[in-house]
Design a binder for this molecule. Structure first.
Ligand code: UTP
Length: 304
């Protein structure tokens, strides 16, 4: 069965990026010439996804507006400024791509959305009984050469008839305690069965350095696991806890690793966001060279 549906959770508060995210969703921050979520959507389309569900919250309407090709601005450009229209027309309808959205619930007694597991659960009716992709809207996986990660994950998911396939990448010792760390069964980390997940462990707790890369493929059984996952002390239901339950039940859960030509570009904190913006600005076809010269000048000035 081919995989054509994806859930993109975009309902989080983005508190690590305040004050920028007071009003602006972090998924709309510019990376090069496009907002983060636009890069994520193109990554999904390249993997064969045609129906995308945004799991949103009250202040995230700009995301739905961005993908509305019948907006007032688009109609005005069509009538008056055809050359500008081409810069913001992405032909989703012609490419067979449809967007949907659902609001994530706020759990009783809380004043924030109820966690990544709860966000995925909001897509249960949308995906029905098909396997589906989950792509967090605040991370881009950039592929410079070869078959992109999501395509390799989909192929692995089918080949092994897995319950869950997770995109993964190695991190340094100092970063282990920031991430969900995957424990592979063998030392082959290109595509390997997992025996556990540790949430933000200390580096001495595990020899694994394989972090989760914000991309997942699930078979619908994940919804039963999310339903039986207990909320954390802060009331959130974590997706990693539901995946841990799949592993404990003996289900096939695998990790497919990013290639040397791929990078996970995280937007969730200021340092990672600045680094990602610089990477994309340097690669801009029109201004990249000038940005490079500008940065070289700035570095020389700072040294003298
Ligand atoms: P994060 O784990 O980075 O959480 O979400 P956050 O709440 O957005 O950010 P901080 O920690 O307050 O800075 C990863 C992805 O999952 C979505 C977010 O929008 C982001 O794209 N998310 C997170 C939800 O959709 N719902 C949630 O309840 C939590």
């Amino acid at each position: 069965m081919s995989i054509s549906k994806a859930i993109a959770p975009v309902a989080g508060l983005g508190t690590r990026l305040l004050p920028t995210t007071k009003v602006l969703p972090k998924e709309m921050l510019p990376v090069g010439r496009l907002p983060v979520i636009h890069h994520v959507v193109e990554e999904l389309i390249a993997a064969g996804i045609r129906q995308i569900l945004f799991v949103t919250a009250g202040n995230k309407g700009a995301i739905e507006d961005h993908f509305d090709e019948g907006s007032e601005l688009m109609r005005r450009l069509e009538a008056e400024q055809h050359e500008l229209l081409e810069t913001c027309r992405f032909q989703y309808r012609d490419r067979g791509v449809e967007f949907f959205s659902v609001r994530q619930r706020i759990a009783p007694g809380q004043n924030k959305p109820a966690g990544t597991g709860d966000a995925v659960a909001a897509g249960e009716a949308f995906v029905g009984d098909e396997p589906f992709v989950v792509a967090f809207g605040d991370s881009i996986v950039r592929t410079r050469a070869g078959k992109p990660l999501l395509q390799r994950m989909i192929a692995s998911h089918r080949e092994h008839n897995s319950a869950c396939t997770i995109g993964a990448y190695p991190v340094s010792d100092e970063l282990v305690h920031h991430y969900g760390i995957l424990i592979p069964e063998t030392s082959n980390t290109t595509d390997s069965k997992l025996t556990g997940i540790l949430e933000k462990p200390r580096p001495e707790q595990t020899t694994s350095r394989l972090a989760i890369s914000a991309r997942y493929i699930f078979s619908p059984d994940i919804f039963n696991r999310i339903r039986t996952t207990s909320p954390s002390s802060s009331g959130e239901i974590y997706l990693t806890d539901a995946i841990e339950a799949l592993i404990s039940a003996g289900e096939m859960v695998r990790a497919v690793c990013l290639s040397k030509d791929e990078k996970r570009c995280d937007i969730g904190n200021h340092l990672a966001y600045f680094q990602t913006f610089v990477d994309y600005a340097l690669d801009d076809p029109e201004w990249g060279e000038q940005i490079r010269t500008y940065m070289q000048q700035k570095l020389t000035e700072n040294r003298s």
